[in-house]
Design a protein around this ligand. Structure first.
Ligand SMILES: [Fe+2]
Length: 360
């Protein structure tokens, strides 16, 4: 019975502290953490509770193996590291200070390392059970450090965000070089009113709201799309996608510039082949998304579909032109006839604009 409690109490304590830490982190993960610039090595959110659960179990068993032998000598070190672990949640998440969080997690690293050294001299298994925890902490220290370096400054606080609420919006709806009825009947005035004036504008307004008081405030739209996640990514990427879309159409029929035509013929066999592949891909894309003509690093062109708000720049591709196949783009004019919209849309593509986006 004594042995049972020797294991049970530290495991329970570790999980209780872990649950309290998770509770503190919960709010921040939703409201604050998504807007931080994070390391590309940051794992998906689901990895964290799984990893911590396993690690808390291991460190609980580690303390249990010492206590089961009646050895209380490492108990203080074990409790210290657990306290520092909880303190890190408070500092990094609740106080939203990557700097203080970094100091605390460095202290935690030292405490855990000291525990391993001390336990190794008494009971090797107790030390080994802490090794995965130590490795994870080194990774967490790197993530905390990365966030501190890349989000350095007072703008990473929500208090600043509130103070900036009256600031001038960074991004604004661009004025189009054509009238709102100039593309009719291919794209009606009503579609322009809703698609350009409501949907596109909402993505820009949301982006402006979400970047306030965050490091993204100082970035251009493309950089935000490259680095953000979650709601900010969805809105910023849709703002960029619609910018490319509305810039890329014209009421004046354009002949495809020679260089773009040469590249399309080289990479698709003929302009007709390209048109067919582009139209088929757009018609076949399930749900909401976009279809793009893209250029890769080597200058080769390809047709690329993307889901929802995704943009080719997230895949190291340079977008030249695109079609929006979200229903809001065509439903007023074409209802469920997406292939008709695609066919008509190809008549208003501004090929000069697409060619001007070539980099190679
Ligand atoms: Fe759209």
């Amino acid at each position: 019975m004594k042995k049972f409690f020797a294991y049970f109490i530290p495991i329970l304590l570790a999980f209780t502290i872990g649950a309290l830490g998770s509770y503190i982190q919960g709010e921040a993960l939703v409201e604050w953490y998504p807007y931080l610039i994070k390391s590309p090595a940051t794992p998906p959110s689901i990895v964290f509770p799984i990893a911590w659960s396993v690690l808390y179990l291991l460190i609980g068993i580690s303390a249990g193996t010492m206590l089961a032998r009646g050895d209380m000598s490492v108990l203080r070190l074990w409790l210290l590291q657990l306290l520092l672990n909880f303190l890190w949640s408070v500092c990094f998440f609740a106080l939203r200070s990557p700097f203080i969080g970094l100091l605390v997690i460095l202290a935690l690293d030292v405490a855990v390392f000291a525990y391993i050294i001390y336990a190794a001299g008494r009971r090797a298994v107790a030390a080994w059970l802490f090794v995965p925890y130590m490795l994870w902490l080194i990774f967490a220290t790197y993530l905390n450090g990365y966030i501190y370096i890349h989000n350095h400054g007072p703008k990473a606080t929500t208090a600043t965000a509130a103070a900036m609420a009256i600031a001038i919006p960074k991004f604004s709806l661009p004025v189009l070089p054509y009238a709102d009825d100039a593309l009719a009947p291919i794209m009606s005035k009503e579609t322009m009113h809703y698609h350009y004036g409501k949907h596109y504008k909402a993505y820009i307004d949301n982006t402006n709201r979400l970047i306030m008081g965050t490091p993204y405030e100082n970035m251009g739209l493309e950089e935000i799309v490259e680095k953000s996640e979650g709601a900010l990514f969805n809105n910023a990427a849709q703002a960029l996608n619609h910018q490319i879309y509305f810039e890329g159409i014209t009421p004046t029929q354009k002949v495809m510039p020679k260089e773009l035509e040469r590249r399309i013929v080289r990479d698709f066999g003929s302009v007709e082949n390209f048109n067919r592949e582009f139209a088929n891909t757009a018609a076949g894309l399930f749900g909401s998304g976009w279809v793009w003509l893209c250029e890769d690093d080597g200058g080769r062109l390809s047709v690329v579909p993307t889901k929802d708000a995704d943009n080719p720049i997230r895949h190291n591709l340079n977008p030249l032109m695109c079609i929006d196949v979200w229903e809001h783009a065509y439903y007023l004019d074409y209802q469920n006839r997406r292939p008709d919209f695609i066919r008509e849309y190809m008549k208003i593509v501004d090929w000069d604009k697409a060619a001007s986006r070539l980099t190679e």
